[in-house]
Design a protein around this ligand. Structure first.
Ligand code: SF4
Length: 389
C-alpha cells in the first residue's frame, strides 16, 4: 500500500496553484512521490488539496495509464494554467534512458535507466508471436547474494518505489504502442518481475505496482493478473502474503536445485527457508489462487543438471500433488568472469525427458538478447516467457 496522503499545511502550498510542495520535494535516495504510488482516492485527495476538482486526477490518470504519456503538451483536455503544475506535482520524471540495445532482429530491446539519485536499473522488452513481454527490475542491486548472478554480486543499493517500477512498464507499453518494437502499433500484454532484485523483498512497492498494472483503465493499465509474473528465490512468508492479496498473479519460484545441500550454496536464503518449506508454500499458493506455479531451474553445467536431480525434483513436486506446477529449465547464460556455464544440449534434453516422463509439464525457455550481453544482471533477464525450442 502506498503511504497515506495528508493535506499539506497552508504555508506550504504554492499560492498560484495551491499544489502541495511536499509532492515535488526530493528526499535523498527516495524517489519523489508520483501518481503511480497512489490509489485513485489518494490521487483525488491530492487534486482537491491543490484546489482542483477531484476529476482532474482522473484525467491525469487517463493520460498516464491509457495514453501512456506524462507530457503536459499532450493533455489538451486540461486547462493550460494547471497542466504543468499538475504534472510537476504528480508526474515527476523518475527514470531517464541511458542506453538502449536491440537484439534478435529488433524483437528484444534492453534499456538501462537512470533514476533520480543517479542509480541505474535495467528492463528488457521482448516481442513474441501474439504477445509482448517486459521484464522489469524491482530493486537497485539485490541483497540475496546468489553467487551465479551479477546483480547478486552488487549487493542491495535500495528498493524501487512503486512508481519507479510502474514507469518501466509505461515506457515499455509506449514502445509497443508507437510501433518501435514490432514495426506497427502493438500492445504490452505481459509483465515479469525477473529483472534486478528480489521482488518479494520489496513487497509493498511491488504490490503497489501490481495494483497499478492490473487495475482496470484508467485507474491502471488493465493488464490481466495471470499475465503478470512475480518471481522469488523463496521468501516463504511473503509467498503466503502474496497468496492472500486476492490478485492471482503467476508465481515463479527460482528453485535451481531440488536438494538443500546444493541449494544452500546456490541460493543463500535457502539457509533460512529450505526446499521443502518453499515447495509447500508454492503448493499453498496454487491452492489459494488456482494459479499454476512456475518453477524456474537454471541448468548449470555439472552443478545441478544431473539426471538424478531431475528425478528428485519430479519426486518432490509429485509428492505435493499433480497438475499444480510447471517447470521451466533455463540454459544458463553466464555472466562475464563466472565459473559457471550452461549445460550441454544433450544433458538438457535428458533433464527435460526425466521430468516429462515423471508427468511434470516442462518447457525449456527461450533465451533472448545473448548478443547484447542480455543479462539484466541476472539469469531471468535473458530468459523469460515463452519460446519453446
Ligand atoms: S538471482 Fe535474483 S534473488 Fe538472486 S541475487 Fe540475482 S537478482 Fe537477487
Amino acid at each position: 500500500m502506498s503511504e497515506p496522503v495528508t493535506a499539506a499545511p497552508v504555508e506550504s502550498l504554492d499560492p498560484a496553484h495551491r499544489l502541495p510542495l511536499t509532492f515535488t520535494a526530493r528526499r535523498r535516495g527516495k524517489a519523489p512521490r508520483h501518481l503511480a504510488d497512489l490509489s485513485t482516492d489518494e490521487r483525488r485527495e491530492v487534486a482537491v488539496a491543490a484546489g482542483l476538482p477531484a476529476y482532474r486526477a482522473d484525467q491525469l490518470s487517463r493520460h498516464y495509464f491509457v495514453h501512456l504519456t506524462r507530457d503536459p503538451e499532450a493533455m489538451t483536455d486540461l486547462p493550460a494554467a494547471v497542466r504543468d503544475r499538475l504534472t510537476e506535482a504528480l508526474l515527476p520524471p523518475l527514470v531517464t534512458e541511458v542506453r538502449t540495445l536491440t537484439a534478435d532482429r529488433g524483437a528484444t530491446i534492453k534499456t538501462l535507466w537512470r533514476l533520480h539519485d543517479a542509480t541505474t536499473v535495467e528492463s528488457v522488452l521482448m516481442a513474441y508471436p501474439g504477445r509482448n513481454t517486459v521484464c522489469i527490475s524491482s530493486e537497485v542491486g539485490c541483497g540475496m547474494a546468489c553467487p551465479f548472478c551479477a546483480t547478486g554480486q552488487m549487493g542491495l543499493t535500495r528498493n524501487l518505489s512503486a512508481a519507479e517500477i510502474v514507469e518501466q512498464v509505461r515506457l515499455a507499453a509506449a514502445t509497443c504502442a508507437d510501433g518501435t518494437l514490432t514495426g506497427e502499433p502493438s500492445r504490452l500484454s505481459n509483465v515479469v518481475f525477473m529483472g534486478m532484485g528480489e521482488p518479494l523483498a520489496n513487497y509493498n512497492a511491488v504490490m503497489g505496482a501490481v495494483r497499478r498494472l492490473t487495475d482496470p483503465a484508467p485507474r491502471g493499465f488493465g493488464i490481466s493478473a495471470r499475465s503478470v509474473v512475480v518471481s522469488t528465490v523463496g521468501l516463504v512468508p511473503q509467498i503466503d502474503r502474496l497468496a492472500a492479496e486476492g490478485i492471482p498473479v503467476t508465481l515463479a519460484v527460482s528453485l535451481h536445485a531440488p536438494d538443500d545441500a546444493l541449494r544452500d550454496d546456490l541460493i543463500p536464503v535457502n539457509s533460512r527457508w529450505k526446499v521443502g518449506e518453499l515447495l509447500d508454500a508454492a503448493r499453498r499458493y496454487f491452492e489459494t489462487t488456482g494459479r499454476r506455479v512456475s518453477i524456474e531451474y537454471a541448468l548449470i553445467k555439472d552443478i545441478n543438471d544431473q539426471k538424478w536431480r531431475a528425478q528428485l525434483l519430479a519426486d518432490e513436486l509429485n509428492r505435493r500433488g499433480r497438475g499444480w506446477v510447471h517447470v521451466n529449465p533455463i540454459p544458463l547464460n553466464p555472466t562475464p568472469g563466472s565459473m559457471w556455464t550452461a549445460s550441454t544440449r544433450a544433458v538438457e534434453a535428458t533433464f527435460v525427458d526425466t521430468l516429462t516422463k515423471a508427468g511434470i509439464t516442462t518447457t525449456v525457455r527461450d533465451t533472448r538478447g545473448s548478443d547484447i550481453d542480455g543479462a539484466c544482471g541476472q539469469l531471468a533477464a535473458q530468459v523469460l516467457e515463452g519460446g519453446e525450442r
